[in-house]
Design a protein around this ligand. Structure first.
Ligand code: SF4
Length: 432
């Protein structure tokens, strides 16, 4: 049996006819929360032979340095080529400068196998053509180093789109797969420990080959062919998914592997796509699923009956709200997301209460008023809103923590619940 054909559609192109109400385009509100450079923090940890060279300003360098908490004596796998005043004024040839920086970097770090030139707001404002730069530099350094480019600019993106843009740039370089055996590609950056757990269970299912994308070594890209079916672990990879479909791979619709229910559905969907008996899948996942249910239950006492409110930030909002509702017994006052990709979210939209309203890119001022008025027990929001909301006596959780922390899979279900119960416990202790 093959996976479903392509229901991945352009984000604004379709309206949901049934299911939860969505407010796409109604507000024309906020999508751009934090910038796509942030993705480098988890991407550089994953691909250990890759380097991310941000072509940006001192602001970009400071953002990365503080967000990644890099120690000055460490040699991180990212850096910033700072666009100076001479470049901005057009007095220097920015391409020549960039070439000089790249030459220096590659001679100092011969272990680099993939170099990403990452665009930023300033590089886009001065119209620096990084695609052309990557192409020219590739001619010089292929085959030792693959040089790619993508945009991490915050001008028109939200922060998780950085990973999508990075993986999209790699898809064009995936080799054709020779074998016609059933092949599963798990798409989205995972902490190594989570990857190992999922790989162990997928191998135990048997009957197909498994690759993870991105791989730990960027020089060892997995192959793709018409026998490849891919499943996502992150909901914000729409461009990557479309590009994989363009290479003949097919998408396996599934909930995202968050919580015991989401992870169970994820494995069952893979089993179905690979023509495995459901009883076989249930048997393989029984023990870790039971552990997950138990771990989540330990937090349910704190969270059951509490209300949550989501501001748009990480694009994880919908699966997280589903987890809170389904497994923690919480009510969700409002769920908003910067982008709502109805195709990739279809299994999640089907799993949430059908009377919910999902706000896509809402007007955040109006949302703020609703939040203050309804006074939910827990608000999941971006960094910029957290302190003012706390000042109003509300309890918050930074959405970005949910991207930095390993939360996918059965073994992490309890940690995911803890991310929500901890701020409430802290608030209770302060109030006591
Ligand atoms: Fe700021 Fe843009 Fe640089 Fe991001 S890319 S740090 S938003 S200037």
């Amino acid at each position: 049996m093959s996976a479903l054909p392509i229901p991945i559609v352009a984000q604004e192109a379709c309206a949901v006819k049934t299911g939860p109400t969505t407010t796409s385009g109604a507000d024309r509100g906020q999508r751009e929360v934090f910038c796509g450079l942030t993705g480098i923090i988890w991407l550089h940890r994953k691909m250990q032979d890759a380097f991310f060279l941000i072509v940006g300003s001192r602001t970009c360098a400071h953002l990365m340095q503080s967000a990644a908490g890099v120690m000055i004596f460490a040699e991180p796998r990212f850096g910033t080529a700072i666009i100076g005043e001479r470049d901005l004024a057009g007095l220097a040839d920015a391409h020549e400068e960039l070439e000089r920086v790249v030459t220096e970097l590659l001679s100092r770090r011969p272990q680099i196998r993939t170099l990403f030139l990452v665009g930023s707001c300033p590089s886009e404002v001065i119209k620096l053509d990084l695609a052309r730069a990557a192409q020219r530099l590739s001619q010089k350094y292929t085959p030792q180093v693959r040089i790619l480019n993508y945009s991490g600019s915050g001008i028109e993106t939200t922060f998780t789109q950085g990973e999508d843009a990075c993986l999209r740039s790699l898809v064009d370089h995936l080799p054709a797969r020779e074998s016609s055996k059933p092949h599963l590609m798990v798409v989205g950056t995972l902490a190594d420990v989570v990857e190992d757990q999922l790989r162990g269970l997928l191998n135990a299912l048997g009957g197909f080959e498994v690759d993870f994308f991105p791989p730990r070594r960027s020089a060892e890209l997995p192959g793709v062919s018409a026998s490849t079916q891919f499943v996502l672990v992150q909901p914000f990879l729409a461009d990557t998914a479309r590009a994989l479909q363009g290479k003949g791979a097919s998408w396996i619709p599934a909930k995202y592997p968050l919580g015991s229910e989401g992870t169970t559905d994820w494995f069952l969907a893979i089993g179905k796509a690979m023509d495995l008996d459901e009883s076989r899948v249930q048997e393989v996942i029984r023990a870790p699923r039971e552990r997950a249910v138990k771990a989540v239950a330990a937090h349910r006492a704190t969270l059951e009956g509490k209300s949550a409110f989501f501001f748009p930030d990480s694009q994880l909002e919908l699966p997280l709200a589903r987890f809170m509702h389904q497994e923690l017994g919480m009510s969700v006052t409002e769920v908003a997301t910067p982008y709502l990709h109805r195709g990739l979210m279809a299994p999640e939209l089907a799993a949430i209460p059908q009377d919910w309203t999902v706000h896509e890119a809402p007007d955040v001022d109006a949302q703020w008023d609703r939040c203050i008025e309804t006074r939910p027990d827990l608000v999941i929001c971006g960094l910029g809103l957290a302190n003012p909301l706390e000042a109003h006596g509300l309890t918050t959780k930074w959405a970005i923590e949910l991207v930095f922390t390993p939360i996918q899979g059965f073994e992490q279900a309890g940690d995911l619940a803890a991310l929500f119960s901890r701020p409430l416990r802290r608030r209770m202790k302060l109030a006591a």
